[in-house]
Design a protein around this ligand. Structure first.
Ligand SMILES: NC(=O)C1=CN([C@@H]2O[C@H](COP(=O)(O)OP(=O)(O)OC[C@H]3O[C@@H](n4cnc5c(N)ncnc54)[C@H](OP(=O)(O)O)[C@@H]3O)[C@@H](O)[C@H]2O)C=CC1
Ligand SMILES: CC(C)(CO)C(=O)C(=O)O
Length: 298
């Protein structure tokens, strides 16, 4: 089986490096410079135990997918619109797996013509060190839910090292994405605003209290949806990815537009449709927007 990973950022490089231990992997990158570096030096993954693993995917800037390949989309939400036209024209039998956080891409992806479509919720931490090196910053499950088509098409992760890269198959893609957007709403805005790593949020008494208050606020807006969602899960993810720079903090630090709309904005919208206001989350949303605006002016 061949795998094509579109996007060689933190998640794309980490996932490609694990999959390349078993399959032929092509990484579609945006910059020629990154393609050359990966083709010359390979891809290096720094594992949690500080050991390194080297693989040799093929890197290219050409968006091409061979027959019988599975396509993984590892772009940020805001970058998806650049590849939708290509995905639409691709063979209908080519399976696509989306790896984004947030909710907005769910409905959009459903309009694609492909017969096999899946979504995932990545609970690991990944950080891009440079164009050829990715740091695994927290072992966490990659949850995968097949939205349509056959589950067998997406068994590609099954033989990957389960200790370092656990995978869990989920039934309901929309619920899975919603749960992850909730988790990200706790972690991402606060880490971006305070410029701290994920672990800080549960080590600091004031941020821990704020997380608890956010949990109560969200629970009163989504009592049924959060039936199985405990505060322990939030703490667990902060601890598991303690050393990670959240993707939102990485965006703010690099003066890029964040995914706050598809994550926090989408949760606020859902709550408001049910007649609930989320004052704490709305404040965090505005603060992240303020940081984005400040970057634009710099
Ligand atoms: N980082 C993390 O720990 C986690 C991230 N996620 C989610 O995973 C998704 C990806 O995030 P992450 O990997 O951190 O993001 P990054 O910004 O690190 O990676 C995005 C990559 O996409 C590349 N890119 C942009 N446009 C194109 C294009 N048209 N064709 C090919 N490549 C392109 C960028 O290239 P260039 O470098 O040239 O700009 C960049 O390397 C997000 O939705 C995020 O929320 C989920 C869990 C954990
Ligand atoms: C899992 C977590 C919180 C890791 O930082 C993440 O999803 C992100 O950074 O966007």
């Amino acid at each position: 089986m061949e795998v094509v990973v579109i996007g060689a950022g933190a998640v794309g490089m980490l996932v490609a490096s694990f999959l390349n231990e078993k399959f032929r992997v092509t990484l579609v990158v945006r910059r020629e410079e990154q393609a050359c570096k990966i083709n010359q030096n390979g891809l290096t993954r720094i594992n949690i135990d500080q050991t390194t693993s080297k693989t040799n995917p093929i890197a290219t800037t050409k968006l091409q997918v061979p027959e019988k390949a599975v396509v993984l989309v590892a772009l940020k939400y805001g970058q998806l619109h650049e590849v939708y036209p290509f995905l639409k024209e691709m063979n209908n039998e080519t399976p696509i797996l989306f790896l984004q956080n947030g909710l907005s891409h769910y409905e959009e992806a459903l309009h694609l013509p492909q017969e096999h479509l899946a979504f995932s919720s990545c609970q690991f931490g990944a950080q891009k060190e440079n164009d050829t090196t990715v740091v695994h910053r927290g072992i966490g499950t990659l949850k995968l839910a097949v939205e349509r088509g056959s589950k067998d098409t997406f068994v590609l992760f099954i033989d990957i090292n389960q200790e370092r890269f656990p995978v869990e198959y989920m039934k309901d893609a929309e619920q899975m994405l919603f749960d992850k957007a909730l988790l990200n709403s706790f972690i991402n805005p606060l880490t971006a605003i305070l410029n701290v790593k994920n672990g800080f949020l549960v080590e600091n008494a004031s941020t821990l209290q704020l997380l608890e208050q956010m949990y109560e606020e969200l629970k009163s807006a989504f009592p049924l949806e959060m039936n199985q969602f405990t505060f322990e899960e939030v703490k667990k993810l902060c601890k598991k990815t303690a050393q990670n720079t959240s993707s939102m903090l990485a965006d703010i630090s690099n003066q890029r537009i964040t995914e706050v709309d598809t994550i926090v904005g989408a949760i606020i919208k859902k709550a408001s449709m049910k007649g609930h206001q989320l004052p704490i989350l709305k404040t965090l949303y505005s603060l992240v927007k303020a940081l984005e605006e400040r970057s634009e002016k710099m």
